[in-house]
Ligand binder design. Structure first.
Ligand code: SF4
Length: 265
């Protein structure tokens, strides 16, 4: 069995607790307007332009994004840093793209990690069959679960998919008792209006279990050049990131729900 991976990042510190190795799966069923990894969305290897700077000179070269790995190859990369993981309380995180899009390969990696005693996290947008989530639950220690918009119509507009299955899967995980860190991108003018934020606060309260450990607010940052490199259209031209004051105000508002709230990570 092989899986399509576009990056493996060592010493990651924002993808779960401790020092982690993050494995980025290629392919995503969503198409978020603010996606900061546009090269991750196609479920096939693709060409992209990479800029390399040497001194004051920039070179552009074409490279292929995405390569097929066996479970053994990915595990070899993860096991290289097992000592740091154990010392820091870290582990392996499977991100993307959408790792659930390659659920059998993900399941094989999760099982291999548990055999080695490695803490596992799955970073997901939540869009996959419920049965696939049920299969991975026993081998997953933590979900990093993205919530993009509570309004289904807007979710369809900005991500090209309904949020119904996503919310059902979030409830399924909340009821399972596996730890969850919610992640909400803050996209000014798109999902940070008071109505959506209030719905989000109510949703968190309604679904809050002791296993919903934290909420991470992820401020939008401009990524236009990345789209040019892989020849994709970027819709949010000229959109400015939220100010520090705005992020702090949102953090305070969400902490009032009783959930630990961080900015970033
Ligand atoms: S779910 Fe994540 S990877 Fe997929 S399009 Fe949205 S931001 Fe990009």
């Amino acid at each position: 069995m092989k899986g399509l991976i576009f990056d493996i990042k060592r010493y990651a510190i924002h993808d779960g607790p401790g020092i982690r190795t993050t494995v980025f799966f290629k392919g995503c069923p969503l198409s978020c307007w603010w996606c900061h990894n546009p090269e991750s969305r196609s479920p096939k290897p693709e060409k992209a332009i990479k800029t390399v700077r040497i001194g004051n000179t920039e070179f552009r070269r074409e490279e292929t994004v995405g390569r097929y790995y066996s479970v053994q190859e990915v595990m070899a990369a993860i096991l290289r840093d097992q000592v740091f993981m154990e010392q820091s309380g870290g582990g392996a995180t499977f991100s993307g793209g959408e790792p659930m899009m390659q659920a059998p390969f993900l399941l094989a990696l999760l099982k291999a990690c548990k055999t080695e005693g490695i803490h596992t996290a799955v970073d997901t947008s939540g869009i996959a069959a419920r049965a696939a989530f049920r299969r991975i639950l026993p081998f997953t220690d933590l979900f990093l679960f993205d919530l993009k918009h509570l309004d289904d119509q807007k979710h369809r507009e900005y991500t090209a998919a309904s949020n119904r299955l996503i919310l059902e899967n979030l409830r399924l995980i909340a009821e399972s008792g596996v730890d969850i860190w919610l992640r909400v991108p803050v996209i000014p003018g798109y999902n940070d209006d008071e109505r959506n934020l209030e719905r989000l606060r109510l949703f968190i309260k309604d679904n809050q279990r002791s296993n919903v450990r934290r909420l991470s607010l992820l401020p939008y940052h401009p990524v236009e050049t990345k789209y040019g490199r892989c020849n994709q259209e970027f819709k949010l031209t000229d959109l400015e990131p939220p100010s520090r004051e705005r992020m702090l105000a949102l953090q305070k508002a969400f902490e009032s729900t009783g959930i630990k709230t961080t900015i970033g990570g």
